[in-house]
Ligand binder design. Structure first.
Ligand SMILES: Nc1ncnc2c1ncn2[C@@H]1O[C@H](COP(=O)(O)OP(=O)(O)OP(=O)(O)O)[C@@H](O)[C@H]1O
Ligand SMILES: [Mg+2]
Length: 252
């Protein structure tokens, strides 16, 4: 970092990031900034580097070159996955990882606690504060009516929301969501866009998605990646009328 203050005010700042796997450049000089309480949609063809970008942000993959800063001062390229999660970066993978044999409510409770081992948590007394937080989280992810059901009984879409609720329990400053609408019904997809818009009022969200109806519902700035770097950025209308974007992605 240069003397004289931070290089960025952004919550997340990626500058010229490159990652190669066996000589193949999955990310190739990728630069991207996400502001505080901004939601950004990331689109682009298969293999464009969208998931790899999330891997770099979360410390799963180390870039070969470039900068990755969180809150201007934390160098993500030098921190491990646990430390980055601790800073407030939450990630939702495509396959929900909920505890199937526990109730919806207990899944949220487990996520609230720092001690994630099921038994000590489930048999300890629930404080009133915890109960209020669980109620608020269930309400937020639209699962209040399903609180006593086993997670295994939920629909695919509901499981995704439960996992989002579990991530929110950790109070992330930045939430990364990879293809949330995949496998969802149209109604679930629309509800998920609503949910993410609510979440993005108080924290930043980066959402990768191929479903353009969903991306339009989000109503946020869009970045199109291609071959590991930014091809176009702006409103969905501007990006989707970009000739290169049509050529490499939308026009297929
Ligand atoms: N661990 C890895 N080892 C080798 N190659 C990898 C690895 N991870 C990703 N790649 C390659 O890097 C490129 C970018 O992959 P990535 O998964 O980031 O694309 P994506 O934009 O998420 O695509 P999709 O829309 O299909 O999810 C692909 O060609 C992929 O095969
Ligand atoms: Mg991907």
């Amino acid at each position: 970092m240069t003397i004289g203050g931070p290089v960025t005010n952004a919550l997340l700042y990626l500058n010229n990031v490159s990652v190669a796997f066996d000589g193949f450049r999955a990310l190739n000089g990728l630069s991207l900034s996400i502001d505080h309480a901004e939601m950004r949609a990331i689109i682009g063809p298969n293999g464009a580097g969208k998931t790899t970008m999330m891997d770099v942000i979360t410390g799963k993959t180390r870039p070969d070159a470039g900068e990755a800063l969180f809150e201007a001062t934390h160098d993500l390229t030098r921190l491990d996955e646990a430390a980055i999660a601790q800073l407030g970066v939450g990630r939702k993978f495509q396959t929900p990882t909920v505890f199937d044999m526990h109730t919806v409510e207990d899944n949220i409770l487990l996520a609230l606690k720092t001690d994630r081992r099921p038994f000590p948590v489930l048999f300890s007394r629930r404080t009133r504060q915890e109960k209020e937080r669980i109620d608020a989280l269930l309400e937020r992810v639209r699962l209040t009516g399903s609180r006593d059901r086993l997670a295994s009984e939920l629909s695919h879409g509901q499981k995704q929301w439960l996992e989002i609720g579990m991530l929110l329990a950790q109070e992330p400053k930045l939430l990364l969501v990879d293809e949330p609408a995949a496998g969802m019904t149209d109604q679930e997809t629309a509800d998920t866009a609503d949910l993410l818009r609510e979440i993005a009022k108080t924290r930043s969200v980066v959402v990768v998605e191929h479903d353009m109806v969903f991306v339009r519902d989000l109503g946020v700035k869009v970045t199109c990646l291609h071959e590991g770097s930014v091809l176009a950025e702006g409103s969905l209308d501007a990006v989707s009328s970009n000739e290169r974007v049509i050529e490499v992605y939308l026009g297929r």
